[in-house]
Design a protein around this ligand. Structure first.
Ligand code: CU
Length: 127
């Protein structure tokens, strides 16, 4: 009885320790590894936005949108996969993003067939 309690308590402590020690748990499926601008960054108007994923997406499954850009009069090209780094995609912006906060909305599918979608924001400052 006492042993059972101890095991349960130990398991609970371990679980707490693990969740505290791992602020960003590794995503078992497709995800965003990094971006430029970085999520939450405040930057001068970028001429392109780059996203790098945690694995090579299945062909044709990546869509990236800069939600407010068209409203701001900036033409956003389709996401282009980097020829040397197939986990990286970039979209060129034709025009200058006005100072504001922009949402980047992306989706893609990895090897396990799960479609993953998420958003992040960056803020453009006045130059
Ligand atoms: Cu998955």
């Amino acid at each position: 009885m006492k042993n059972t309690f101890c095991s349960a308590a130990l398991a609970a402590v371990l679980l707490l320790t693990l969740s505290a020690a791992v602020p960003a748990p590794t995503v078992p499926h497709f995800g965003l590894a990094s971006s430029s601008p970085e999520a939450g960054a405040t930057v001068p108007a970028p001429s392109e936005v780059q996203l790098r994923f945690t694995q090579v997406p299945q062909e044709g499954t990546v869509q990236i949108r800069i939600v407010e850009a068209e409203d701001a009069g900036v033409h956003v090209m389709d996401a282009v996969q980097d020829s040397e780094d197939p986990m990286a995609f970039s979209i060129v912006l034709h025009g200058t993003l006005a100072p504001a906060t922009y949402t980047v909305s992306w989706r893609g599918m990895g090897e396990d067939g799960h479609v993953v979608r998420d958003t992040f924001e960056f803020t453009v400052t006045a130059q």
